[in-house]
Design a protein around this ligand. Structure first.
Ligand code: GCO
Length: 260
């Protein structure tokens, strides 16, 4: 029996049009899942669907804002009508605003919380209803180093990702009796468009991360695929409320002096 086989599974990946979401979606598809990708940008969606289809993966796209509970409800119902069910939900869609807390606008703060923390709640609640009826489901929330650590200039994002860690634990508590496993993945620092501004050669943060990460490098999006498949498959049927950090060792260490 292949514990990691996702044949006949339908996987929804929010924000699966690029970056980490696309890498995790590709891993799920490679294990046999049918992909349902959500996004908000038509051009990115078209490009992503072409990519998935060129790889031979079954992928369908739905353009909607996961923070709008009415639209999200309509779209999730449409997805279930068309695809029959949702077995796996990856709450990946997220934004970040890097600004000192003292000067960040409340509307900017609220927008980050809305997308990164309220959106996953909305989608989880909508998808869990069907999972409860079928007595099985997998929900994977994409957390962050900021679920555990603070960092200068990302207060809204850290508050959201810290909250997402605890939402993961709470939904795991409430939904485990229905054989729904709710877990999280906490990526370390990965080479994506989201980190591009702080990853440019010579940027102090770029050098800092390489020094602070025992593996000595930024993560590659494909480094996340295996953990996503694990948490989406039978192999994790007794794993509940865990955040698996894929971080090259950052959270394992206090770090070392630059010249060591
Ligand atoms: C930042 C980065 C981080 C990473 C990731 C770390 O500005 O610190 O963008 O937020 O993207 O979330 O786990």
């Amino acid at each position: 029996m292949n514990l990691f086989d996702l044949q006949n599974k339908v996987a929804v990946v929010t924000g699966g049009t690029h970056g980490l979401g696309m890498a995790m979606a590709e891993g799920l598809a490679h294990a046999g899942a049918e992909l349902v990708i959500t996004g908000t940008t038509p051009e990115k969606m078209d490009k992503a669907l072409d990519y998935y289809k060129n790889k031979g993966y079954r992928a369908t796209g739905y353009l909607f804002d996961v923070t709008d509970e009415r639209i999200a409800a309509d779209e999730v119902h449409r997805i279930i009508d068309i695809h029959g069910k949702i077995d796996i939900l990856v709450n990946n869609a997220g934004i970040i605003k890097r600004e000192q807390a003292i000067s960040m606008s409340v509307s900017d703060y609220r927008k980050v919380i809305d997308v990164d923390l309220v959106g996953p709640f909305i989608m989880s609640q909508l998808v869990a209803k069907g999972m409860m009826q079928r007595r099985q489901g997998k929900i994977i929330n994409i957390c962050s180093m900021m679920s555990e650590l603070g960092r200068n200039s990302v207060s809204a994002y850290a508050a959201a990702k810290g909250g997402l860690k605890m939402l993961t634990r709470n939904l795991a508590t409430e939904w485990a009796p229905y054989n729904i496993q709710v877990n999280g993945i906490g990526p370390g620092y990965f080479a994506t468009s989201q980190t591009a501004p702080i990853r440019v050669d010579g940027h102090p943060f770029n050098e800092f991360i390489i020094q602070r990460t025992p593996a000595g490098r930024w993560g590659n999006p494909e480094d996340l695929a295996g953990t996503a498949v694990f948490l989406a498959s039978k192999a994790s049927d007794f794993v509940n409320g865990q955040i698996i950090y894929v971080d090259g060792g950052i959270l394992a260490t206090i770090g070392k002096p630059a010249n060591e």
